[in-house]
Design a protein around this ligand. Structure first.
Ligand SMILES: [Zn+2]
Length: 144
């Protein structure tokens, strides 16, 4: 079976802790069960955080990962025999809050104070826990 990295390893490779990478980790775990020992190719319509979890779990390269950014969270995994797995975000399930969104903008623009940056990281951690505590089926659908 595909060796699933720990969440800590995935978050480190991703560069930060956020709800998106937590959701991606849940998707990658479910996908690894389906993949078994076989290598997979992945087609993604997003460059958002969850993609990184698949990238690291399946050690995707430019040859095995195709990205067509349409701003939707939709992944198709394919084995060598052509069988496919479809993963789709449940519409409107994105875990976020207004305070976090406002702070994210400032943090990205580099105008956040030390306190604001600390508060942003705190919110991200709360949302990450929320992502882990939400049942998979409320976050994404998965079918082959
Ligand atoms: Zn992220």
């Amino acid at each position: 079976m595909t060796q699933i990295p720990t969440f800590e390893e995935i978050a480190e490779a991703h560069g930060h802790r956020c709800p998106g990478i937590a959701i991606g980790y849940k998707m990658a775990k479910a996908a690894a069960e389906w993949a078994g020992d076989e290598p997979v190719r992945v087609y993604s319509t997003t460059t958002r955080c969850p993609l990184d979890a698949l990238r690291h779990t399946f050690r995707l390269t430019d040859e095995t990962l195709t990205i067509e950014d349409k701003g939707e969270l939709h992944f198709v995994l394919e084995k060598a025999d052509g069988s496919k797995l479809f993963i789709d975000e449940v519409p409107g399930s994105k875990i976020k809050n207004d305070e976090g969104d406002k702070l994210r903008k400032k943090v990205r623009e580099g105008t956040a104070s030390k306190e604001e940056t600390a508060r942003f990281n705190e919110i991200q951690e709360e949302l990450l826990q929320q992502a882990f505590n939400t049942p998979d089926e409320k976050l994404f659908t998965i079918h082959s």
